[in-house]
Design a protein around this ligand. Structure first.
Ligand code: UDP
Ligand code: MG
Length: 154
């Protein structure tokens, strides 16, 4: 089972879309193993978006992400990292497929509602960036066998 990090960016809370977007992950069958509201500090923003530090839009991105609350969620599932990216859709929401979260809820590149980890290695770092060990939960779900067949869990 993989775990991946989803961030609900400030536009989600401001626009009242949190519940509706969390529902997408639940319905897909990804198990929520961590969930919390937080204010991202500049140091965490710089670490999280280190690959974009030299871009002209970086100061605006950091300001946006650090001046409003965000919600962090860790989800678990088979190939959860790839599934999370597929649910999210393309970075530029104008190019994101209809049916994806960005495709359905945004028309922007910088106000594109969610973050989703882009590789297993990144996901492991990002889950640890936002959650302490005791904030992550290992628990069984009664309907587990209706989400996956045995052979998929090997
Ligand atoms: N971003 C932006 N303008 C751009 C490109 C990216 O504001 O031209 C922001 C946007 O919020 C995006 C984030 O930087 O989600 C991270 O960019 P990345 O290329 O890693 O895309 P993602 O992994 O979020 O799809
Ligand atoms: Mg990225």
């Amino acid at each position: 089972m993989e775990r991946t990090l989803i961030l609900f960016k400030p536009d989600v809370l401001q626009r009242g879309l949190l519940g509706e977007i969390i529902t997408r992950f639940e319905k897909k069958g990804l198990k929520i193993v961590g969930l919390k509201m937080l204010r991202m500090g500049p140091a965490v923003a710089k670490e999280h978006y280190a690959h974009l530090a030299a871009k002209p839009f970086y100061p605006g991105l950091e300001h946006f992400m650090t001046h409003h609350p965000v919600v962090a969620m860790a989800v678990e599932g088979v190939e959860a990292v790839e599934v999370g990216r597929k649910l999210a859709g393309a970075t530029n929401a104008r190019k994101a497929e209809a049916g994806t979260i960005r495709g359905d809820f945004s028309n922007s590149t910088s106000r594109n509602v969610i973050h989703a980890s882009d590789s297993l290695e990144t996901a492991q770092k990002e889950v640890a960036r936002f959650f302490r060990g005791e904030e992550l939960f290992d628990y069984g779900m009664a309907l587990h066998e209706y989400f996956y067949a045995e052979d998929e869990l090997k």
